[in-house]
Structures are given as C-alpha cells and as structure tokens.
Design a binder for this molecule. Structure first.
Ligand code: WTA
Length: 635
C-alpha cells in the first residue's frame, strides 16, 4: 500500500472527517501534499520556510554532508522572535491579542496584544543586556505558568542568548544539575508559583540549588505571590525594580542570528545517566514548529488556541510559546490545572474565552473523566472545533470520552506523537485524515517511519518493534549540548542512518502507527518524562538507602506510576514510616512529580553479570508477567 493514500475502507474503529471539517480545513488534499513532500523534501520545506521572514535567504535547504549532524537553511539569517513578534507589528495583527492569561484563582486576567508583547519582551531583553547577558550565554528559567516565563524565553531568543527552562515541578537537585551542566550565568525565577492553592517556593529552591553553582552571577526574581523571600545583595534582583530603570525601555533590536545558531536547550531524560541537554536552533526549529501547527491544528486568525502544557516541557516550548506566535494566533494560557478548585475549571475557561482549538494530554482527560460528564455538560463548549492529545498513548476509552463529551462528536482529535528531540509533531493526523482512537495515524509530511526488530529488519505488519524515523526534518535536535558523542551514540548508532526514537510501536494493515511505549528507562508519569537514573540517585542520596531501582507500572490516571525497589544499608529496617520518608525525600529533592507511588524493600536486585539492574525483570515480576530472557541474570 502506498504510504500517501488512504484505502477507502479502513479497518477497525474509524472516524471519517465530516464534510464541515473538510470544508473548514486549510489543507484539503492531504495526499497531494504528502506526495509532494516525499518526492521533494527540500522543496517542501523551502516552501514552508518562505512563508516566514528571513533577514537573508538560505543558500542550501538541507546540508547532510556530515551526518548525523544535519544542518538546515544553511547560510540563512533569521531570528525566531522576528517571526513571532516583529513581523506582525507592521500588519493588522499589531493590535490583535497574542496572549490571554488567567490566574489559578480566576481573580486576575492579563491580556497582551502583539504590540504589548513586543514592549514586554523588549523591556525584558534590555534588562538582560544590562545584566551582561550576551549572545550564546545560557540562561536558566525557573518560573511557573505566568506570562513572564514567555517574556523571559522570548527575551533570551531576541538577544541571542540560549534559554534553558526547568519545569517548576522539579526541585533542588534537578535544578542544580541543569544549571551546572549548562553553566548558566543568570537564573530567572519567581518568589513562588501557585499550585492547587498552595505556594511552591521557587526562590528558596533556587537559593538552595545555586549554592553549588559557581557559574551563576545574578538571579532575577519575578514577583508573583508577594510573600517574603530572602534576597541576597548584589546577586538577587527584583524584576519590577529593574523595570523602573531607564534602560528597561520597550524598544530593543532583534539580534540577527544564523539559522543554525542555538535557540534553546531543554533537558530530558534518556536511557541512562543524567538528563541530556537537547539543543534546538533558530531557523529549522522555527520552520518545523510553524508548519506543523499550521497543518495539524489549522490555526486561523479567528481562532483561540489553548495548549494546556507547561512551558517547562517541549510541548510548552513549541506549541504554547513559539508556534502560536509564529502563526499570529491568539493563545490562552492558564496558570492552574484541570481540577482545582472544581473539575470544570478548564471547561469554564473554554466557555469564557471561546476556545476553538484545545490541546492537552491523555492523563488530564482521564483525570477529568473520573468526575463524570455532568461537569463539562454544565458548560457551553460549542466554540471548540478541533481537539488534540500529546505525551503518551491515549487509551481508546479516554479518546471516545474526549470525542463525544468534550467534542460532541464534531471535533476531530489530533493525536500528535513527537518528542523533545523532534521539536515538532512527527506522527500525526491533520483534520482531514480518518482517525482511529489510540493511533497517531501516519508520519507528518516529508517524514517516513519504520518499525524494526533487534537486527534492524522491518518487522512483519502488526508486530511490535523499535520505532525509527528515516528522513531528516528541520526541527530535529542538532546535538546534545556539550556531548556530541552521546548524541551520535544515543540516536544514530543502533541502526546507522536511522533516528532511534526510544519508543516501541506497531503498524496496522492500513499503515497506521500505534505507539506502545518506551523501550528504554524513561517513565512517563502524567505525560511528564522522567528517567529512572534521576529517581534512583535521589533515593541513594538518603542515608538509609544502599541501592535502588525505579520502574514505571501502569496507572489508571497517570498512565504510568513510579515504583521503586530499595535495598537498605545495614542498620536500617524496612517500615511503612521509612517508605513514606523515602517518597517525601524524592519529592523534596528531585520534585513532587517524581514522588514514587510505592516503595518496596528488597534484599536483592536482579542484575546482569556486569552489574546492570534488570528493570525489565522487576517490571515483569511486579505485574506477574513472564520474565522473558533472563540468561544474562547473575546468580
Ligand atoms: C511519548 C512530548 C503516544 C513517547 C511531546 C515519546 C506519545 C515521548 C505521544 C516523548 C503520543 C508523546 N502517543 N506516545 N501522541 N506523544 N509520546 O520528550 O513515548 O516529553 O517518546 O515529548 O512521549 O516525550 P517528550
């Protein structure tokens, strides 16, 4: 079967797009574009890039002379911020709302037109420059879901600094490791962040973390909660104090960057060891994010887009911060979560702001499902026209609930499979593609995917195997910052020439891809990507723990939950109190999102003869499943 066509009679549970959906869609002929992109990859991406503004046009679309270090739009001069903000200021979009923000308690609403956004970002950029931040410097950003996190990210990009956002659900150890690795000179944080009515002490956590970060010269503090926080003279500065200075004016030129100049690093968990700094660049990342959001969520000027992700993860980077601005859209950002104080908080926002396109994670859908239909049914959701899902496989029950209760069987669900590394959607439908609950359908334009066995041969149709991507794409990670060897080894060495995703998947008889899960030691807790290594090293930092192993086990709401196996040091005895203490320890040091669901005390951990913990065996045992091949297990 041709990858670029859909058979007229697809197998299984299929939802075909309605005539209204096709009528509305910007791109009606999926096959024609897929065909074009397959035959002329560079031509396709050049055409997409031409829709954006360049200070100087590229000489070459794709340079693959030094694989796997691909380059895109070589010789082009650009700045993503010019396309997110500056170029809209000379059009009618100048006075259009770029951002609507609502506080968790609903008492505060802040709105920013493109004109106002430019002023805020320019002011922030001028302050960064006055603090000595230069092109290429790394800046760590550790703030909750408030507009200032967007201003800070864009301000860095505007002056050519490299931002490194750390999710506010991480704590001291995670923050410290990321600052140390990136060698940031500046940390931007806030006095605190609200979470379910409580305050997360971001500034205190920052203080604790930077005790061991000699690279940090300054800390810029945003006031959000207004509670007392310690400020160290000459190092810590209130943002609002600096805003009063003459340098903090609302005009700042946008730095001319090379298309391949770094835009940001974002740490993510991989199979082993410490988190990897995934590097994205100005040119290709911009084009990939722009094009994917345009085709998949079909944003138009009249839309109101809501991506519920946190800016601390890639979904927030690509589709909350950069993507909607590249398209000149109006975005809504909400400080809180779905069920606080009531399980209709999100639907209240959809109704109030007239959200038209809504993008969230399966874990949120499942947690809302639990409270029943009455909550969404109390709200008018008729403004919605498209829905989206990301972060983990969506189980068909959650898909159907989302489709019928939220979308009223009118709104197609874009189940977008992608990764921090890919920067943009990689396997995804567009609104005109027939959907199957739980499948991301087919690769995006210009992409091809395959499912391989251990030896690198394509598996027979229907069977599970390693998911790989075959063709380069503009928003692909360029390297692991500071560790190019690990980049090659991690993604390009198992099957030379093919990008290893780390996921297992199968393909059905219609060519649809079904993601099964990670094949490495990554755990997806409520869609958040965590590594076993970080959790384990957090546990071993507790005086009672000699050795630890962490695994992910299925969880009804969270998708996966963290279960840990702990070997105690001599002199310590297992007890429920100690188990609780260890859970708290991980939450306090690594972050509340990493708090283990269950702590199991063991006398021995299954290991290979070379001493590697066999988490696979632990997982199988915990679920009462066959242990598989244990020939490498030590006695
Ligand atoms: C998983 C998040 C199934 C997958 C954008 C991937 C998904 C990892 C989906 C990347 C989806 C993401 N269906 N699984 N629609 N989207 N994943 O880097 O295992 O936080 O490898 O990027 O999330 O997680 P990351």
């Amino acid at each position: 079967m041709n990858d670029n066509t859909f058979s007229p009679s697809l197998h299984g549970e299929v939802y075909y797009p309605s005539p209204q959906v096709v009528e509305q869609a910007r791109l009606k002929d999926w096959q024609a574009l897929a065909e074009f992109a397959e035959q002329d990859l560079e031509g396709f991406w050049a055409r997409e890039a031409e829709e954006l503004e360049w200070f100087q046009k590229w000489e070459k679309v794709l340079d693959d002379s030094n694989k796997p270090f691909f380059k895109w739009f070589v010789g082009g001069k650009v700045n993503i911020v010019h396309n997110c903000i500056d170029r809209h200021l000379t059009t009618a979009r100048k006075n259009k709302l770029a951002l609507i923000w609502e506080s968790e308690d609903g008492k505060q609403v802040r709105t920013f037109s493109y004109y106002a956004l430019n002023r805020e970002v320019s002011r922030f950029a001028n302050i960064l420059k006055a603090m000595g931040v230069r092109k290429g410097d790394r800046v760590t950003i550790y703030i909750g879901r408030i507009p200032e996190i967007i201003f800070a990210m864009l301000a860095c990009a505007k002056i050519g600094a490299i931002h490194s956002v750390v999710f506010a659900g991480f704590s001291v150890d995670a923050l410290r490791g990321r600052i140390q690795d990136s060698q940031s000179r500046l940390v931007i944080t806030a006095d605190g962040a609200y979470q379910n009515g409580k305050i997360v002490e971001l500034k205190r956590i920052t203080d604790e973390a930077i005790k061991e970060c000699p690279s940090v010269e300054n800390v810029l503090v945003i006031r959000r909660t207004g509670h007392e926080v310690p400020m160290e003279a000459n190092r810590d500065h209130w943002y609002h104090d600096l805003c009063a200075l003459p340098v903090a004016n609302g005009k700042c030129p946008t730095e001319v960057m090379d298309a391949e100049d770094p835009l940001f690093i974002l740490y993510t968990s991989g199979s082993t060891g410490k988190p990897k700094a995934i590097l994205h660049v100005h040119g290709g990342y911009m084009v990939g994010v722009y094009s994917s959001l345009k085709y998949v969520f079909d944003l138009k000027d009249e839309d109101r887009w809501w991506c519920t992700a946190d800016p601390g993860w890639i979904t927030g980077h690509s589709y909350l911060v950069y993507g909607p601005l590249l398209l000149g859209a109006t975005s809504f950002m909400f400080e809180g979560g779905p069920v606080y104080p009531y399980p209709d908080r999100w639907w209240q926002c959809v109704e109030h702001y007239g959200i038209t396109v809504f993008y969230t994670a399966p874990t949120a859908i499942r947690s809302l499902m639990r409270f029943g239909e009455a909550w969404p049914n109390r709200r008018d959701l008729s403004s919605l026209r498209l829905l989206g899902s990301v972060g983990e496989p969506i189980n068909p029950e959650a898909w159907r609930w989302y489709y019928s209760v939220i979308g009223k069987e009118r709104c197609p669900i874009m189940d977008t499979w992608w990764q921090t590394e890919t920067g943009m959607f990689m396997i995804t439908p567009t609104p005109v593609v027939p959907l199957k609950p739980g499948s991301g359908t087919r690769p995006f334009f210009g992409q091809k995917a395959e499912i391989l066995d251990e030896a690198g041969n394509p598996v027979p149709q229907g069977q599970e195997g390693y998911l790989v991507l075959l063709r380069p794409w503009p928003s692909m990670l360029r390297t692991i910052y500071g560790d190019p060897e690990r980049y090659v080894q991690q993604y390009w060495s198992k099957y030379p020439g093919k990008y290893l995703t780390g996921d297992s998947a199968r393909q059905d008889e219609d060519g649809y891809f079904w993601i099964i899960g990670r094949t490495d030691d990554v755990i997806k807790v409520s869609g958040h990507r965590l590594g076993t290594a970080e959790i384990e090293s957090s546990l071993v930092s507790h005086p009672a723990v000699a050795e630890a192993a962490a695994i992910g086990l299925p969880h009804e709401i969270k998708g996966q939950a963290i279960h840990v196996f702990v070997l105690l040091r001599v002199g310590f005895a297992p007890s429920p109190e100690l188990a609780e203490e260890l859970r708290q320890h991980v939450a306090k040091h690594l972050g509340p999102i990493a708090r283990p669901e269950a702590v199991n005390f063991v006398d021995k951990l299954p290991k290979t003869r070379s001493g590697k913990i066999m988490r696979r065996v632990l997982r199988a045992r915990a679920q009462g499943l066959p242990e598989g091949d244990i020939s490498t297990l030590e006695e």
